[in-house]
Design a protein around this ligand. Sequence first.
Ligand SMILES: Cc1cc2nc3c(=O)[nH]c(=O)nc-3n(C[C@H](O)[C@H](O)[C@H](O)COP(=O)(O)OP(=O)(O)OC[C@H]3O[C@@H](n4cnc5c(N)ncnc54)[C@H](O)[C@@H]3O)c2cc1C
Length: 389
Amino acid sequence: MADINPRTQQHTEIRKAVRDVCSAYDSSYWQKIEEASGYPDEFIQALTKTGWLSALIPEEYGGGGASLVEASVILEEINRSGANSGACHAQMYIMGALLRHGSPEQKSKYLPQIASGKLRLQSFAVTEPTTGTDTTKTRTIAEKRGDRYFVNGQKVWISRVQHTDLMMLLARTTPREQVTKKTDGLSIFLVDLRENGGKGLTIRPIRNMVNHETNELFFDDFEVPAENLIGQEGKGFKYILDGMNAERILIAAECVGDGYWFIDKARGYSTDRVVFDRPIGQNQGIQFPIAQAYAQIRAADLMRYEAAELFDSGKPCGAEANMAKLLAADASWQAANVCLQTFGGFGFASEYDIERKFRETRLYQVAPISTNLILSFIAEHVLGMPRSF
Ligand SMILES: Cc1cc2nc3c(=O)[nH]c(=O)nc-3n(C[C@H](O)[C@H](O)[C@H](O)COP(=O)(O)OP(=O)(O)OC[C@H]3O[C@@H](n4cnc5c(N)ncnc54)[C@H](O)[C@@H]3O)c2cc1C
């Protein structure tokens, strides 16, 4: 199919290079990983060795020094190839907090090792079972005693813990009752999971709908050196919010990648599959939903670029980042449904990958932020409607 999207004519070198890496990991690779409930280690190694996962690390620390637009193109291409960025994207999401708020010592200690692939920074521990999206009610506490913090509490849905060396952790350092603003008193730590030999941390994997390594974490006097606190104690919530626009934009790009993948598959199959003596794609009942889904993805893609370009030029982009994520997650889900319908029964057969990508793209409606929370941001922070919480 001729690619008529002028945006994909930009960053062609990045696109081609990422496509080349991904092309070595075809449908059968992903099927084997899924069957074994495994982690795509070789794929992640290949992306690490070629420097794509450290794209956002500044060049002075050995990274690629990429813009957010470029980083978003990398994740888009990964998902567009049929792979799932969920195995590795956190390295890009988390990077902002370390770059912006980490001390020079922390940056020079960790960034070169992350850039070279010696260390992985793939986990971000925010969500808790009892607090859900209401992050200021975080109950995990980190209490300072001497030169160490002792962490106690529980997290849930913490991804890639078994395949990372470093984890960013959000915990309360001052009880909520003792702060005037509920967003104060939360802190973030860069936890080196290799340090304690697992002492004080129990990891319980959660079986889930997608082949995604995610876990419950139980902290019992888990020790973190005080020097691993990021930025100022008590300001962690603000640091997390700072990183959210980048995260939303990168997620939107992944959804866009999924969306184009579904359209390619649906278009190809509908052209080849003959029923009632003609390609099913000759029927407008098949054509129109595919065309509609394509138009929605193109629209979401534009909003992704608008948001990413604003971000890169240092301008406010909260509204655009949230809308990009909302539109792209909806568009990829619409494309997934259309693609499954186009394939008919064969869409349910694992060998076509449609059902796997269908499950994977559905997750974007919920994680890392659910659609309702984005809508409430748009209603209340962009349109100025009354606050609901
Ligand atoms: C596979 C997977 C991987 C994940 N990986 C990570 C990870 O690595 N690190 C991490 O910290 N978290 C992770 N998460 C957690 C994810 O970020 C949360 O599931 C998500 O933010 C939603 O939070 P919740 O599940 O607690 O839902 P809840 O907050 O309990 O909300 C449940 C539903 O109610 C809706 N809702 C809640 N409040 C309101 C309101 N006021 N108005 C309207 N609707 C509302 C929500 O939109 C949602 O649909 C992961 C989740 C999954 C499923």
